[in-house]
Design a protein around this ligand. Structure first.
Ligand code: SF4
Length: 283
């Protein structure tokens, strides 16, 4: 027998929730007409497959299909791609998370070179930095600072789900190099709340199962937090990936990334109960 501790916060964040609701409304109102999502709705195959089966087709370029109704997902899209879709005659529904959109505006308003703390090539990174009108450097590791050309001041914008540890590391580098910067934001509150709930679990669990996929920045960050605490961690998309080693400990924690259906978390918890686990109310 083992204890199951469920994170105090899990499931869709407001940005994903809003994108998903918008997609559902589009499906309802489409009446069978083709509707599209520009890029994958969220970084979660289950959610994307579910919406595909209901008629929301993922496209990446306006040349793939005849113009129609297309959703901009929570991560946003680049300024250039948006224009391409508009020029081809698509009607765009903007599902960009309002917090991501605020970062777009910060980049657009920056008058100094922008240091963007984020994951290179990530959809949110690409959409956000496309709004810069000044030089922009994506800083993913400390060595990226070596490529930054000298300037009197810099504007710093941070990816909403970026690693808290790396942010502190980069702030220390900035201080050490005497760079003058203005910070525009920090990690979004939804990401922060999920991280705090995982920190809490780490204090009481020997194993933590993170429900989510490796392509999701926030689920990966939750997993990284778990292992950084020296706790045994697993990142799995759902209950069917459970293996005995994942619940061989005494106190098993369960948490989830922000693009995971709450039902997938509940199913995994139910599967753990079937295997002898007992839910413990920690609060
Ligand atoms: S994690 Fe934060 S910024 Fe990203 S979609 Fe969710 S609420 Fe928006």
């Amino acid at each position: 027998m083992f204890n199951i501790h469920v994170a105090s916060v899990y499931g869709f964040c407001k940005g994903v929730e809003s994108s998903v609701r918008t997609a559902e409304k589009m499906i309802e109102e489409a009446g069978g007409r083709p509707i599209y999502s520009i890029g994958r709705l969220v970084h979660n195959n289950r959610v994307v497959d579910d919406f595909s089966s209901r008629g929301l087709r993922v496209i990446s370029s306006p040349d793939e299909v005849e113009p129609g109704l297309a959703l901009i997902r929570a991560h946003g899209i680049t300024r250039e791609l948006k224009k391409e879709f508009e020029d081809k005659g698509f009607t765009l529904v903007d599902g960009t998370c309002r917090i991501v959109a605020a970062n777009h505006r910060s980049c657009a308003a920056a008058v100094n070179p922008v240091l963007f703390f984020g994951i290179k090539g990530h959809a949110e990174t690409l959409s956000t930095i496309s709004n810069c009108n000044t030089r922009c450097y994506v800083i993913e590791t400390g060595s990226d600072f070596d490529l930054v050309e000298p300037s009197e001041y810099y504007d710093v914008v941070i990816q909403t789900t970026f690693s808290s540890v790396k942010i502190e590391e980069f702030k220390a580098i900035i201080k050490e190099r005497g760079m003058k910067v203005r910070y525009h934001n920090s990690i979004c509150a939804a990401s922060m709340r999920r991280r705090i709930s995982v920190d809490e679990l780490c204090r009481i669990c020997d194993t933590i199962i993170v429900v989510g996929e490796g392509q999701s920045a926030n689920a990966t960050e939750l997993y990284n937090i778990v292992v950084s605490h020296g706790v045994k961690g697993y990142l799995v998309p759902g209950a069917e990936y459970l293996k005995e080693e994942m619940y061989s400990g005494k106190d098993i924690g369960v948490c989830a990334g922000a693009s995971v259906y709450p039902k997938d978390v509940k199913d995994l918890v139910a599967a753990l109960e079937e295997r002898g686990g007992m839910i413990v109310q920690d609060r």
